[in-house]
Write a protein that binds this ligand. Structure first.
Ligand code: AHM
Ligand code: MG
Length: 333
């Protein structure tokens, strides 16, 4: 058997193979997912040069090719905007890096709306720690012009979502509603190959991800809830361990694979959470639910929240279903 035949499906093959079973399938969704893979490869190539970009930036804003040095999160944003605009599949997009939504001209517009955080984990970009891109895809409302309301759709209306982690390898995870599948970028061929199929989030929490230094700003239920989780560790047996990278998408990916709970409660200084509903919480909540997990805040599914603003922030508990439900109950007692 040739070496190539040992590889899993490519991302494109997987997307095409699933096209027929998707209720939204008209070819454009498949093309769009494939193009997000292309953007992921381009961003990954830049992330792998991150230290050099930083170096060039520090020495005068021009790299060895004489190009102007941009910040990496700006490069990631511009790459996604450019690739999605040219794809012919997108009518509008919203990004963490853009104040307002972007409408695609009618000549290039397609059927979908894409929301994204181009490079999540801003505090980790300059220090070689894993970061990622998060995306969510909605259908554009039919027979009406694009407006802010076209973007402010609840997460339960997502038709697909996913993320790309730039870590020890570059990994793309996506779902179009049926299953959650995982693809790893082979740097030598430049292809994403399937490395996990139908990922299920483990039912038991083995990892806890929370910024414990926010304790002074937590609501009163958080500390006793964490203490309860920690009592699962007995004298001789550690069941649960702390893991917090500070890049939501990377923390989530590890938790999805290994069984972990991520918490970012509402902060008393601001009266709201830190994480953005539309392009951070909703896509990850969609992936979590399809993988058998859950995502809640204040007694509501994250996916049921009606967004009121593009950059709205909310509290988040996301992870194995039974513990997310327990936390949600304790948070309302
Ligand atoms: P960002 O989108 O500017 O990167 O901010 C979101 C990030 C999340 O990735 C991460 O989990 C969180 O902020 C960490 O926040 P904190 O430093 O308050 O713990
Ligand atoms: Mg972010």
């Amino acid at each position: 058997m040739s070496q190539a035949a040992d590889f899993g499906l490519t991302l494109t093959q997987h997307v095409m193979a699933n096209q027929g079973s998707h209720p939204d399938a008209r070819g454009q969704l498949s093309a769009l997912l494939t193009q997000i893979g292309v953007a992921g490869k381009l961003i990954s190539a830049q992330v792998r040069r991150a230290g050099l970009i930083e170096l060039w930036g520090a020495t005068g804003d021009t790299n060895v090719q004489g190009e102007r040095v941009q910040k990496l999160d700006q490069i990631a944003n511009d790459t996604l905007v450019e690739v999605l605009t040219r794809s012919g599949c997108v009518a509008a997009m919203a990004s963490e890096e853009e104040d307002s939504f972007i409408e695609v001209s009618s000549e290039q517009a397609g059927d979908y709306i894409v929301v994204f955080d181009p490079l999540d984990g801003s505090s980790n970009i300059d220090v070689s720690v894993s970061i990622g891109t998060i995306f969510g895809i909605y259908r554009r409302p039919e027979n009406e012009p694009i407006s802010l309301d076209s973007i402010l759709q609840p997460g339960r209306k997502l038709v697909a979502a996913g993320y790309i982690v730039y870590g020890s390898s570059t990994v793309l995870v996506y779902s179009a509603g049926e299953s959650v599948d995982c693809f790893t970028l082979d740097p030598s061929s430049g292809e994403f190959f399937q490395t996990r199929a139908n990922v299920r989030m483990p039912a038991d929490t083995t990892m806890l991800s929370i910024n414990e230094c926010n304790a002074p700003y937590w609501p009163s239920w958080v500390r006793p809830t964490l203490d309860t989780l920690k009592t699962r560790n007995t004298e001789n047996h550690r069941i649960i361990s702390s893991r917090h990278i500070g890049s939501l998408v990377v923390d989530f990916h590890r938790n999805l694979v290994k069984g972990g709970l991520y918490l970012y409660p509402v902060d008393s200084r601001t009266g709201r959470g830190k994480l953005r509903l539309i392009y951070e919480c909703n896509p990850l909540a969609y992936i979590a639910e399809i993988a058998g997990g859950a995502a809640m805040v204040d007694g509501q599914r994250i996916l049921d929240l009606q967004p009121s603003a593009l950059h709205q922030r909310v509290g988040l508990a996301i992870g194995p279903s039974s513990d997310v439900m327990m936390i949600d109950r304790l948070s309302r007692e």
